[in-house]
Design a protein around this ligand. Structure first.
Ligand SMILES: C[S@@+](CC[C@H](N)C(=O)[O-])C[C@H]1O[C@@H](n2cnc3c(N)ncnc32)[C@H](O)[C@@H]1O
Length: 192
C-alpha cells in the first residue's frame, strides 16, 4: 500500500487552518437543520459558504470570527440554538472541549479520522455523536484563496453532530458544483 505523503506532510499549524469550505459541502446539511433554530457559525467571516448559504436560504444565522475579535474559546453569543461550521483543525481538541462546555447541538466538519483515539472515543461516546459522511472527499479552498482548491484532498471529511441527525450514521452522495465567491476573502483582500 502506498504512503499518503500529503497526510504525513500536511500543515497542522495555525496557517494550515486557513482552509475554507466550498458551497457544495454546505448544501447537503440544509435539510437536517430546523429552520426555527438560530444557527451560530463561530469561525466565519461574512463571505463564508456556511454563513452565505444559510442566509440565502432563509435560516436564522449569526456569525463570529477572530477577525472581528470574537475568540471561540471566550466569546459566546447571547442567544443561539445550534453551532455549525468548520473549525481550525490545529485546535481540534480544544474546540471539542469548548463544545462540551457550551452544551448545544452542533454540526462540525472534521477529518473523518478524528473519530480515532482513546480520548476521542470517550468524547464521541459521551456526546452520542452522529455522523454525516459522503461518498467523495471534500476539496477545500486553500491558503485563503476561494478561487482555487486542493484537487484530490488527502483526507476524507464528515460532519460530527450532536442532537441533529435522525440516526447515528448517514452516508450521502456528494454533488460537487462550482460556485465562486462574490466577495474576496480576508487574504485575497490583503494581497491586492
Ligand atoms: C478551517 S477554517 C474554516 C473557516 C470557514 N468558516 C470555512 O469553513 O470556510 C477555521 C477558521 O477558524 C479561525 N480560527 C482559529 N482560531 C479561532 C478562534 N479561537 N476563534 C475563532 N476562529 C478561529 C481560523 O483563522 C480559520 O479561518
Amino acid at each position: 500500500m502506498g504512503l499518503n505523503i500529503k497526510y504525513l506532510t500536511s500543515d497542522r499549524t495555525a496557517q494550515g487552518d486557513e482552509v475554507y469550505t466550498p458551497f457544495y459541502a454546505v448544501a447537503p446539511i440544509l435539510k437536517y437543520v430546523d429552520k426555527s433554530k438560530k444557527i451560530w457559525c463561530p469561525f466565519d467571516e461574512n463571505w463564508s459558504a456556511f454563513y452565505q448559504t444559510f442566509k440565502e436560504n432563509g435560516y436564522k444565522v449569526i456569525r463570529s470570527s477572530l477577525e472581528d475579535g470574537q475568540d471561540f474559546f471566550s466569546y459566546e453569543p447571547a442567544a443561539y440554538d445550534i453551532i455549525i461550521s468548520n473549525p481550525p483543525f490545529s485546535k481540534k481538541d480544544l474546540v471539542l472541549k469548548r463544545l462540551d462546555e457550551l452544551g448545544k447541538p452542533f454540526m462540525l466538519l472534521l477529518p473523518i479520522n478524528s473519530i480515532q483515539g482513546n480520548k476521542r472515543y470517550d468524547w464521541c461516546y459521551k456526546n452520542g455523536i452522529e455522523m454525516l459522511a459522503f461518498d467523495k472527499r471534500i476539496d477545500y479552498h486553500t491558503w485563503g484563496n476561494f478561487q482555487t482548491y486542493t484537487k484530490g484532498n488527502h483526507f476524507g471529511s464528515a460532519y460530527f453532530c450532536r442532537n441533529v441527525l435522525p440516526k447515528a450514521l448517514i452516508v450521502e452522495k456528494l454533488e460537487k458544483f462550482e460556485r465562486p465567491l462574490k466577495e474576496k476573502t480576508r487574504q485575497e483582500r490583503t494581497e491586492t
